[in-house]
Design a protein around this ligand. Structure first.
Ligand SMILES: Nc1ncnc2c1ncn2[C@@H]1O[C@H](COP(=O)(O)OP(=O)(O)OP(=O)(O)O)[C@@H](O)[C@H]1O
Ligand SMILES: [Mg+2]
Length: 257
């Protein structure tokens, strides 16, 4: 009897552990407020988000609704005014910058709307750069960068500088760079915002492939078609709050909150 109860308790503990571990990111009652003179701007105002490992999440909402603020917090680029943020089970809401930058380097890949490549480095050097901080030697960095450029169909553009590449190519270099430290999570803030529809689709195809390979993707987009085509969970933000959450099962979207 005792044994049975013990194994039940163990099973319950394990289940709770697994459910907990399943969330790669969790935001609990997170707020980011800015004091602007007498005013307080509530960029984020008490949001709860849980992102499961391997999910493809889109964050949608009007301009100024807090999407980039949320991404910066998840990406440990900024600290919240209030609330807790768990990344892979670790609370990052109160860490020092040196610890945050380590976590960022290891766990998170960033893709920005404006590509953010370093102009005086070649495509390959841009992809190699984040690996420098992980202590890989030159040859390993170069080999890995070449592999990643191949993954995004740019193996023949490694020696080009950003201004010698098209917008779509620059964004693919940025995708390759975001993968250089084999991150758990990829954060993409309007990754197709500066691209025409066709080039944007090509970039989205790479994000789909990364997601299929097991990466968790969180993407900000203002385009509901892109969100509904690629994401499986959508958080809808308005005025710093979550207005609703929708989830897709095959082709059917359900509002779950
Ligand atoms: N550093 C800051 N200081 C003061 N207010 C800020 C700061 N950063 C953002 N805000 C304000 O917080 C709100 C949310 O900004 P955020 O950049 O997250 O919006 P967004 O949803 O990403 O918008 P967009 O779609 O235009 O990119 C905005 O009202 C903005 O003016
Ligand atoms: Mg933004």
């Amino acid at each position: 009897m005792l044994n049975k109860n013990l194994s039940k308790a163990k099973f319950l503990k394990l289940t709770i552990f697994l459910i907990y571990m399943d969330n790669v990111i969790e935001l609990q009652n997170v707020a980011k407020h800015y004091e602007m003179g007498d005013n307080i701007v509530r960029a984020l105002d008490g949001v709860n988000i849980k992102v499961q490992k391997g999910d493809f999440v889109a964050i949608m909402g009007p301009s100024g609704s807090g999407k980039s603020t949320g991404m910066n917090l998840v990406g440990s680029l900024d600290l919240p005014t209030q609330g807790e943020i768990y990344l892979d089970g670790r609370n990052i809401a109160h860490l020092e910058e040196s610890q945050l930058s380590q976590i960022r380097g290891k766990k998170i890949g960033f893709i920005f709307q404006s590509f953010n490549l370093i102009p005086n480095l070649t495509a390959k050097e841009n992809v190699m750069l984040p690996m420098l901080f992980q202590g890989l030697d030159f040859q390993n960095r170069e080999e890995k960068a070449q592999e990643l450029l191949k993954l995004v169909d740019l193996e023949d553009r490694g020696d080009h500088y950003p201004n010698q590449l098209s917008g779509g190519q620059q964004q693919r270099v940025a995708i390759a760079r975001s993968l250089s430290n084999d991150p758990e999570v990829i954060l993409a803030d309007e990754p197709t915002g500066n691209l025409d529809t066709k080039t944007g689709e090509k970039v989205m195809k790479f994000l789909d492939e990364l997601n299929k390979s097991g990466k968790t993707i969180i993407m900000v987009t203002h385009d509901p078609e892109v969100a509904q085509k690629h994401a499986r969970t959508i958080y809808w933000l308005r005025d710093g709050k979550i207005e609703k959450v929708t989830k897709r099962l095959n082709t059917i979207w359900r509002t779950i909150k």
